[in-house]
Design a protein around this ligand. Structure first.
Ligand SMILES: Cc1cc2nc3c(=O)[nH]c(=O)nc-3n(C[C@H](O)[C@H](O)[C@H](O)COP(=O)(O)OP(=O)(O)OC[C@H]3O[C@@H](n4cnc5c(N)ncnc54)[C@H](O)[C@@H]3O)c2cc1C
Length: 376
C-alpha cells in the first residue's frame, strides 16, 4: 500500500479550511497552521454568499448549518438615497436552481461552521503558528515553524490571505493594489422589512447597502473614496460612518441608530490582485486571496476562494502524481474564471469613481454571474 500524501495548509480562512476538509475526506494527511491564537478572532461583520459559494459549502457538508444560520434571498433592490425602491432585480442562481441565489451570514458564524468541519475532519491544527522557512527539492518541502519544530510535506498550500507571507517567500512579487474605494461596515439588528440586499447608488457615498445575515441581524455598509487611514482616528469610526449613513432614508435611520460603538465599525480599503503566471513555485501553491482579490462589488472574493479549494482538491485527489503539470492545470483552470470576475469587480467600482453615468452595470453583472453558473 502506498503512503498517503502529506499536505501543509498555511492559513485557516475560508480557502484553507475548505481545502483541508476536502483533502482529509480523501484520506490525505493535512496539517493546518493558523497565525492567530484565536481562530475566529476579528472575523468581521457579515458576508454575502452567492450561489457558487453555497455550491462549494454544500460539497463541504456544511450547507444545512449555513442555511440554518444565514438568511437566504433571491433578489436585489436598487433604491434612491431616500429609500424609494426604484427597481428589484432577480439574482442569478450561480450555484444552480436547487440553491438560493444568495445567503447573507454573520462572518463569525461561517468561520465557526468551517472550523467545526476542519476539527471533525481529523486535520492536525496548530494555532498561533507561522512558517519561518520553506526548503524544497523535487520530492517535497521541509518547513520550519515559529515554535522551532520542522516537518516535511509533499505539498504546501498557501491560503494565508491577501498579504500572504508565503507568496513573498516563494518569490512571487505581485502585490495587492488599492482600487481607490473604501468601505465602512457594521453588524446591526435587522429591521423586519429587510428581506434582501438593497443598494442605494448616489448620495454622499458611492454605495450604501445592507444584507440580512439572520432572522435578527444584518450588516450594513457605506462605500466612499478611500482616505488616508492615519487621518481617521479609530475612536471616530462610528461618527464617520453615522455621518455618511444619516443621509440615507428607508431602513437606514433604524440601522444608523445602532452605529454608536467605534470598536464595532470596520473601515477597509478595496484592493485588487491577480497573480500573473503560475500560482505555484515547485511544491508550494497559492489559493484564495493569496492568489487573487477583488473589491466586493460582486461579492465574489470568498466564493472564488472556496472554488479554488474545490478545484485544487479535485485535481489532487484525482491522481497520485503531484507534479508541475497538475499545478499548472489548476492555475489555467482557475485563472480563466477568476480573471473576468476580478476585472468586472474592479470596473464596476472604477465606473463609479469616474462618474460614468451610462455604464452598463446590470449587463456586466449579468454576464459575469451567468458565467459563474458553470461548474468551476
Ligand atoms: C470589505 C470586504 C467585503 C467582502 N465581502 C465579501 C462578500 O460579501 N462575499 C464574498 O464572497 N467575499 C467577500 N469579500 C472577500 C472575502 O472576505 C475574501 O475573499 C476571503 O475571506 C478570502 O479567504 P482566504 O481564506 O483566502 O483568506 P483570509 O480570509 O484572509 O484567511 C487567511 C487566513 O490566514 C491566516 N494567516 C495569515 N498569514 C498567515 C501566516 N503567515 N501563517 C499562518 N496563517 C496566516 C490569517 O490569520 C487568516 O485566518 C470581502 C472582502 C472585503 C475586504
Amino acid at each position: 500500500m502506498s503512503t498517503p500524501h502529506t499536505v501543509l495548509v498555511v492559513g485557516g480562512g475560508a480557502a484553507g479550511n475548505a481545502v483541508t476538509i476536502l483533502l482529509r475526506r480523501a484520506g490525505i494527511a493535512v496539517d493546518l497552521i493558523e497565525a492567530k491564537d484565536d481562530w475566529n478572532a476579528t472575523a468581521g461583520s457579515g458576508i454575502t454568499l452567492q450561489g457558487n459559494a453555497l455550491r462549494v459549502l454544500r460539497e463541504l457538508g456544511v450547507w444545512e448549518r449555513v442555511k440554518e444560520s444565514g438568511f437566504g434571498f433571491g433578489s436585489v433592490g436598487i433604491t434612491a438615497p431616500d429609500g424609494t425602491v426604484l427597481h428589484v432585480a432577480r439574482d442569478i442562481r450561480t450555484g444552480g436552481d436547487d440553491l438560493p441565489a444568495t445567503v447573507g451570514m454573520q462572518r463569525p458564524h461561517l468561520q465557526q461552521v468551517l472550523i467545526d468541519a476542519v476539527r471533525a475532519s481529523g486535520a492536525r491544527v496548530r494555532l498561533g503558528t507561522r512558517a519561518t522557512d520553506f526548503e524544497q527539492d523535487a520530492d517535497g518541502v521541509t518547513v520550519r515553524f515559529t515554535d522551532g519544530t520542522e516537518a516535511r510535506y509533499d505539498l504546501v498550500i498557501a491560503a494565508d490571505g491577501l498579504g500572504s507571507a508565503t507568496r513573498a517567500a516563494i518569490g512571487i512579487t505581485d502585490k495587492p493594489e488599492p482600487t481607490g474605494m473604501a468601505i465602512w461596515r457594521i453588524a446591526a439588528p435587522r429591521p423586519a422589512g429587510v428581506v434582501r440586499t438593497d443598494l442605494a447608488y448616489g448620495g454622499p457615498a458611492y454605495i450604501a447597502g445592507y444584507c440580512p445575515t439572520s432572522d435578527t441581524t444584518l450588516y450594513a455598509y457605506v462605500v466612499e473614496a478611500n482616505r488616508d487611514r492615519a487621518s481617521i482616528p479609530e475612536e471616530s469610526y462610528a461618527d464617520e460612518m453615522r455621518r455618511l449613513a444619516s443621509a440615507y432614508g428607508g431602513f437606514w435611520p433604524e440601522i444608523t441608530a445602532h452605529i454608536t460603538d467605534p470598536a464595532k465599525v470596520n473601515y477597509t480599503w478595496f484592493d485588487r490582485l491577480l497573480v500573473e503566471g503560475a500560482w505555484h513555485r515547485g511544491r508550494i501553491v497559492l489559493i484564495g486571496d493569496a492568489a487573487h482579490c477583488c473589491p466586493p462589488t460582486l461579492a465574489q472574493g470568498a466564493a472564488l476562494s472556496l472554488e479554488d479549494a474545490w478545484v485544487l482538491a479535485r485535481l489532487l485527489t484525482s491522481t497520485r502524481t503531484w507534479d508541475d503539470a497538475l499545478l499548472q492545470a489548476y492555475y489555467e483552470r482557475r485563472v480563466a474564471r477568476v480573471r473576468p470576475v476580478v476585472e468586472a469587480s474592479v470596473r464596476i467600482g472604477q465606473w463609479q469613481l469616474d462618474g460614468v453615468r451610462d455604464a452598463d452595470v446590470p449587463g456586466l453583472m449579468g454576464r459575469t454571474m451567468t458565467m459563474l453558473r458553470e461548474l468551476p
